[in-house]
Design a protein around this ligand. Structure first.
Ligand code: PGA
Length: 254
């Protein structure tokens, strides 16, 4: 499997000009990269302005979605609209949305179901806080997030979901953050696969990519891909500079 490198731009950059500039330099730098797949997730508003030129390894995603396809839902963006613009992936369950926008497991589940129905790929984020980790609740939290987030998702559908382990305490903007040791990331990825296997049977989940997210940069990418054996990474802060992001992609492809 080619490593999957996902750029989560979050609420950045603040001008269309800067967004186009960043996107174009990443696209240019990826021209000769064949052994990695890159997904760029800009804010919605920039999506239709970012043009992918014939490229096998770069696609567009976004950072959120609503769970209905159309109708009287002021301010929302539907899976159908995203599909029409050529978007292929959608981040769901990110800890920043869970925390600041009170997104619940039930809302996340509705989004995942709507995306699967529209044939878009959810990038489903799970992860524990520093406090939960200290209290030894990590396994319980991950199990519960997966159980609730994937409610009514079938064995066939799970193959189209990308699961991301993103410990909140390792995210670059978290206060008093710490690096997640590669052994711990690997342990969590094995645990996640075990949880999935219990729910769907072993054969059903071997093709579900499991990614790591939390302060990934060009200095530690090798640890997460080679040592922790993750199928890819979700990159926040380090995806906002084309040079650094391209470095990450080039190291990850091995
Ligand atoms: P970070 O963000 O790489 O800046 O830690 C990752 C994320 O929150 O998706």
């Amino acid at each position: 499997m080619k490593p999957l490198i996902i750029a989560n731009w979050k609420c950045n950059p603040t001008t269309l000009k800067a967004a186009k500039g960043l996107f174009n330099s990443i696209q240019k730098g990826l021209r000769d990269v064949k052994k990695a797949k890159v997904v760029i997730c800009p804010p919605f508003i920039y999506l239709s302005n970012l043009k992918i030129s014939k490229s096998q390894n770069l696609v567009l995603g976004v950072q959120n979605v609503f769970w209905e396809q159309k109708g009287a839902f002021t301010g929302e963006i539907s899976p159908q609209m995203l599909k029409d613009l050529g978007c292929q992936y959608v981040i769901v369950g990110h800890s920043e949305r869970r925390k600041h926008l009170n997104e619940t497991d039930e809302m996340i589940n509705k989004k995942i179901k709507a995306l699967v129905k529209a044939k878009l790929q959810p990038i489903f984020c799970v992860g524990e806080s520093e406090e939960e980790r200290k209290k030894g609740q990590t396994i319980q939290i991950l199990k519960s997030q997966i159980e609730k987030g994937l409610k009514e998702i079938s064995r066939k559908e799970i193959k189209n979901i990308v699961l991301t382990y993103e410990p909140i305490w390792a995210i670059s903007t978290s206060t008093n953050r710490k690096d997640c040791p590669p052994e711990e990331a690997q342990m969590m990825s094995l645990l996640l696969r075990k949880i999935l296997a219990k729910k769907y049977g072993r054969g059903g989940v071997n093709r579900t990519p499991i990614l790591y997210g939390g302060n990934v940069n060009s200095k530690n990418i090798r640890l997460y891909i080679d040592e922790a054996q993750m199928d890819g990474v979700l990159v926040g802060g380090a995806s906002l500079g084309s040079k650094e992001f391209l470095k990450i992609v080039k190291i990850a492809r091995g």
